[in-house]
Design a protein around this ligand. Structure first.
Ligand code: ASP
Length: 241
């Protein structure tokens, strides 16, 4: 199983280089990679942008270009699911019948998968740890289940402080923290959740998931949360190896 899941936040040259080298390595044995742009509202534009930006050496082709994306999957030896709005993405994956075929391609046929942000959310059992607003209905919250845990992308610890103007003083915003929201998720579901900081990736490696790029916070139901550094190896239940 070859899986790379990232938070996004590729805002500096250094982070961009990490992203591109991990993507290039993930798809190094591939000739033609399917790009899934459904989280965006501009499928052509997003696909075109990622062709130049992603570092994927193989031919990157938008799956939206096919009338029958399920049969088209057979032409590809890699799958990259991009970010945007997770609700849009999940709706399209269900409506186009792609959940089971992608799951099968990755888990049974060993096709390499990469997902960033919304594309990482959908690699989990359910979309219920996304940060996105529910801008559309989805047939089901169920997602690909390529990994047994949940991801909360773009994670940051603590509360938010903001400035109303550049150079002004910081004011506290008393809204909920991410970990508070995850603890609400744990009232109804049991999957462990990893909060991936910006610039963080999980790479499946010899039965473990290796954290790369930046930190992450592990939130397991009923356990103390713990923040881990790049290089940490994690089991599927998010215990450290
Ligand atoms: N909107 C995010 C993305 O960039 C996903 C998320 O925050 O849950 O794809």
């Amino acid at each position: 199983m070859k899986i790379l899941l990232g938070s996004g936040g590729v805002g500096t040259d250094e982070r961009k280089a990490v992203y591109q080298s991990l993507m290039s390595e993930n798809f190094s044995d591939c000739k033609k990679v399917a790009f899934v742009p459904y989280a965006s509202d501009n499928h052509d534009g997003y696909t075109e942008k990622m062709r130049g930006f992603s570092g994927v050496g193989a031919d990157l082709v938008g799956i939206h270009e096919y009338d029958d994306p399920v049969s088209a999957l057979d032409e590809f030896d890699g799958i990259y699911v991009g970010g945007g709005n997770t609700w849009l993405l999940v709706r399209e994956l269900h409506e186009r019948g792609l959940i089971e075929p992608i799951r099968e391609a990755v888990l049974s046929k060993g096709i390499p998968y990469a997902g960033v942000s919304a594309g990482a959310n959908v690699a989990c059992p359910t979309m219920q740890t996304t940060n996105d607003m529910p801008i559309t209905m989805v047939p089901s919250y169920e997602t690909l289940g390529l990994v047994p845990f949940q991801i909360n992308p773009h994670y940051y610890p603590g509360g938010v402080w903001f400035r109303e103007e550049e150079g002004g003083s910081f004011l506290k915003h008393f809204g909920e923290t991410r970990s508070r929201r995850v603890s609400e998720f744990h009232r109804i579901r049991n999957e462990p959740v990893i909060g991936l900081y910006e610039g963080s990736y999980l790479r499946h490696n010899g039965g473990y998931f290796e954290l790369l790029g930046n930190k992450a916070t592990l939130m397991r139901k009923g356990k103390e949360m713990v923040t881990v550094s790049p290089g940490t190896l994690l089991a599927g239940d998010l215990t450290t190896a």
